[in-house]
Design a protein around this ligand. Structure first.
Ligand code: PMP
Length: 307
């Protein structure tokens, strides 16, 4: 589905018309993947549009930039304000679900691998965007296949950094499994345990216990992952962070993905092994997460940042 156009995109401090939000073809990041970015969701709530954990996303963006030694010319607070301005000044208040894409990239100045001589540029776009893995996926679960591509090694291209370069690995896995007729991929990391999906963190449930890969083996330190762990523990479930073998995932009673775009999407099958319809724990967590994102739960009010 093509991106639904809005009026303006925030670029380097000002809102520019959507069709003029362009870059030079010799932009460093376009050639070498030297960008960092975020994916953030906005929700229509009873009290107006709320952006889910906006400040935490902008903090992660700054952390990603630090690894590339990229000096972001705007503070976390400035990026939070810029995002709110972008959402406010575009006709988005009626959209039930928004997606916000901040991107920090090295612009056009010098050719060659060293990016540090090029200007650091920032763009923030906001547009309506529905459920990533489909409405049906959210309600009945998706069919997942382990990719033949391994997740990037943390000492080669850290998956903890949300970098544009890192997503080539995700794209390869995504294409592979779509061509094979599945909905989503699952990555194994170089240590041989389950890492994550190409755009989601992985969870499974066995005998009432929720299990997810540890932070160092999970890939991206997902904000949805952390939110769901918090919700699960508040609901009284035991959550364990540990290495998960591929075969262990086949034995799961329930499994699901978490991510800003995917929200909480149940997994119905892994490598043609049936996990089943979304189970009770998955449904409870999904329902609570959706309510929290829509500002309906007092305990999680801090996660709702209103524009
Ligand atoms: N892993 C990968 C590779 C991702 O792209 C994402 C989406 N940002 C996630 C996990 C989930 O992270 P979050 O919950 O912060 O969106």
């Amino acid at each position: 589905m093509p991106i639904e156009k809005t009026n303006t995109i925030w670029m380097d401090g000002k809102l520019v018309p959507w069709d003029e939000a362009n870059v030079h073809v010799l932009t460093h990041t376009l050639h070498y993947g030297t960008g960092v970015f975020e994916g953030i969701r906005g929700y229509k709530t009873k009290s107006g549009t709320s952006i889910f954990r906006l400040t935490d996303h902008m903090r992660r963006l700054h952390r990603s930039a630090k690894v590339l030694m990229m000096e972001v010319p705007f503070s976390v607070e400035q990026l939070v304000d810029a995002t709110k301005q972008t959402v406010r000044e575009n006709p988005l208040s009626e959209a039930p679900l928004l997606y916000i894409r901040p991107l920090v990239y090295f612009g056009y100045q010098e050719m060659g691998l060293n990016p540090l001589t090029s200007p650091v540029r920032v763009a923030i776009a906001a547009f309506p965007w529905g459920t990533y893995l489909g409405e049906e996926g959210v309600s009945t679960g998706v069919r997942v296949k382990t990719s033949s591509w391994q997740r990037i090694d943390m000492n080669a291209l850290p998956p903890q950094v949300k970098s544009t370069a890192g997503y080539l690995n995700s794209v390869l896995a995504k294409i592979e499994v779509l061509k094979a007729g599945y909905d989503e991929a699952l990555f194994i990391n170089p240590q041989g345990t389950i890492a994550e999906g190409p755009g989601e963190n992985f969870f499974m449930v066995r005998e009432g216990v929720i299990i997810t890969p540890t932070r160092t083996t999970a890939g991206l330190d997902g904000i949805t992952r952390e939110s769901v762990i918090t919700i699960a523990r508040d609901l009284g479930y035991e959550v364990r962070e540990e290495g998960i073998a591929r075969a262990d995932a086949y034995f799961a009673d329930e499994a699901f993905f978490t991510g800003t775009a995917a929200e909480l999407t149940p997994i119905r099958e892994i490598d043609d092994r049936l996990i089943g319809e979304p189970g009770p724990i998955t449904k409870k967590l999904q329902e609570t997460y959706f309510a929290a994102a829509r500002g309906e739960i007092e305990t999680y009010r801090d996660w709702n940042e209103y524009v």
